[in-house]
Design a binder for this molecule. Structure first.
Ligand code: LIP
Length: 283
């Protein structure tokens, strides 16, 4: 193959999607084989940010498989970053990978974890895939082509009224008292404001619940780019919005997100949240 053809191939979004999806299914089988057992884990940063052998194996399978096909592509992976590799997003085609989002659930055998993988080219997200092999839930999006749940087109609910909104959020993986104070304060505020609040342990799955109209809002402080990159595109392709929790533009490296079924609802939730700015950022 000539170098020009190779470069063109590396930016063929449809081909990238097909290759990634096949690898995601393979990686899903690794998760599936171990779904019912309690797993041993190590704790990153002394908090409750867990990592299992499966997280590492899945990330390796995905990265090696993609590297073999797309030589020029870069990677930002959760486990690689935890190992000290800096998560820098450039204009190069970059895969942003969370091998197991919801590792705490996976460790306990609670069947609500997923692989989350996105492809960003020139800082624009082109592909998002979120796959929970335990419940056979596959969420996909290619920019401009809509969002899909198990190959069926999905849409957000379109809800605008906080009183009628089902909201998802998480306690997160740090026990930093400052952060926890804000989390609890926000749960209190939301409990008084919205229809209902759910916390199921996977940022990526929270976001795709908004995409399919099963939830209306997801917000979280402390997430990383790999938790939200795929979900962001899937939500937007389903007709929803992602913004910064203070009301401005969403920045996937900021570790802050609101995803919602409408801009009105996103801004109303933003107005009511106590803000938190996790440090360091992802870039
Ligand atoms: C975690 C999410 C969890 C969220 C954490 C973290 P991990 O991902 O699933 O919902 O609260 O901020 O991102 O560590 O299981 O991949």
């Amino acid at each position: 193959m000539s170098s020009t053809t190779m470069a063109e191939d590396d930016k063929d979004v449809q081909k990238c999607f097909e290759v990634a999806l096949e690898l995601v299914y393979k990686a899903g089988n690794i998760i599936l084989e171990r779904k019912n057992s309690r797993k041993s884990f190590v704790c990153k940063e002394g908090d409750i940010d867990l990592v299992t052998e499966t997280d590492k194996q899945v990330e390796k399978l995905l990265m090696n498989g993609l590297k073999a096909q797309f030589k020029s592509h870069k990677f930002i992976g959760e486990e690689e970053s935890a190992g000290g590799v800096t998560a820098r997003l450039t204009d190069a085609p970059t895969w942003i990978i969370d091998p197991v989002d919801g590792t705490m659930n996976f460790v306990h055998g609670f069947p609500h974890s997923c692989i989350s993988i996105a492809l960003v080219i020139n800082q624009v997200t082109e592909i998002g895939i979120v796959y929970n092999p335990m419940l056979n839930q596959k969420f996909t999006a290619i920019r401009g082509e809509g969002a899909f749940y198990n190959d069926k087109l999905i849409n957000v609910s379109g809800e605008k009224d906080p009183k009628k909104a089902l909201v998802t959020s998480e306690f997160g993986t740090t026990r930093d008292p400052e952060k926890l104070k804000v989390v609890i304060e926000n749960f209190n505020k939301m409990a008084a404001l919205v229809h209902g609040i759910r916390s199921l342990g996977s940022a990526a799955l929270n976001m795709v619940m908004v995409a399919m109209g099963a939830a209306d809002v997801n917000y979280e402080f402390g997430i990383h780019a790999w938790d939200v990159a795929a979900g962001d595109l899937i939500v937007r392709e389903a007709g929803g919005v992602t913004i910064d929790p203070a009301g401005g533009e969403f920045d996937m490296m900021s570790r802050r997100v609101i995803a919602a079924s409408s801009m009105e609802l996103a801004q109303e939730i933003a107005k009511n949240l106590t803000q938190f700015y996790p440090q360091p950022r992802d870039d």
